[in-house]
Design a protein around this ligand. Structure first.
Ligand code: UTP
Length: 287
């Protein structure tokens, strides 16, 4: 069955970026000259996803503005003959069909995904966390969709995590199936290094069967009422097979300032017209 829709949960408060996130949604912080979330929507479009559902919240209306047409600006650029910028601006609204749903209260990632249930309906769908920017030859979600085609079951993206870093990840209990593919026997949230069942940490890309919605409604909320996706996955595992794919590519956690900076540097070095001059600057800086 073709996966047509992707959900991007973007309703979080982004407290690690305060004070900027008081006025600017974290997802619009720039990686070079583009909003971070643009890379994720582009990854979805490149994988053949037709509709992206962005879960937003109060104060994040600028995300919809970013992807919307801006006819006055387009007219201005056309009149100036600036075709390159014109196509960059138009590209934003042409990639995929975008739908927005609101999460009225920050009750966790699982709850944010539940808010998209009516928009997704009864079909498998992708979940893409905009905090994770994955630079890979083949996009991360395209890699997962390939595995979904084979197994028609929920697929979680994982990456090898070394040392004590594992303590900040959800970690899978894996059973190897083939190169880079594992059956998921269980998940453990943020284990102590000594208790980690593997070094395979969950990263922010999933393909999920629609049964996750019913499962999320059955999750016992945490202390402040939040519904965690990992709890939903653990419940889903009781009734369905689930697989994990070790992603190819380099992942940047742009949900924190250092990660955003690292991704910016990497992209700047790759960017034509800027890369060599930036490298020169970096070399002078470390001398
Ligand atoms: P995070 O735990 O990183 O939360 O959420 P956050 O609010 O974005 O950032 P900090 O921790 O306060 O700095 C992981 C993902 O889940 C979404 C976030 O937008 C992010 O993409 N999320 C989280 C929601 O959509 N709603 C929630 O209630 C919580």
């Amino acid at each position: 069955m073709k996966v047509r829709k992707a959900v991007i949960p973007a309703a979080g408060l982004g407290t690690r970026f305060l004070p900027i996130t008081k006025a600017v949604p974290k997802e619009l912080l720039p990686l070079m000259d583009r909003a971070a979330i643009q890379y994720v929507v582009e990854e979805a479009a490149a994988a053949g996803i037709e509709q992206v559902i962005i879960v937003t919240s109060r104060g994040k209306e600028a995300i919809a503005d970013y992807f919307d047409r801006h006819l006055e600006l387009e007219g201005l650029l056309a009149a100036k003959g600036d075709t390159e910028r014109l196509s960059q601006v138009k590209h934003l609204s042409e990639m995929v069909e975008l739908t927005y749903v609101r999460q009225p209260e920050q009750l966790g990632l699982g709850h944010a995904i539940l808010c998209a249930s009516a928009a997704v309906g009864d079909e498998p769908f992708a979940v893409m966390l905009p905090d994770d920017i994955i630079m890979a030859e083949k996009g991360a979600i395209a890699q997962l969709l390939e595995v979904f085609d084979r197994y028609e079951a929920s697929i979680i993206a994982v990456q090898e995590v070394h040392g004590p870093e594992i303590q900040s990840y959800g970690v899978i209990v894996p059973e190897p199936v083939s190169e880079g593919i594992f059956r998921v026997l269980g998940t453990v949230e943020k284990p102590a290094l000594a208790d980690a069942p593997s070094n395979l940490g969950i990263v922010g890309r999933y393909v999920l069967t629609p049964e996750i919605f019913d499962t999320l409604t059955r999750v016992t909320p945490g202390a402040i009422g939040e519904i965690q996706l990992t709890d939903g996955l653990a419940l889903l595992l009781q009734s369905q097979l689930m697989y994990a794919l070790r992603l190819q590519g380099v992942r940047y956690d742009v949900g924190n300032p250092l990660g955003l900076l690292k991704a910016s540097v990497e992209l700047a070095l790759q960017r034509e017209g800027i890369g060599p001059a930036f490298m020169e600057f970096l070399e002078q800086l470390v001398e």
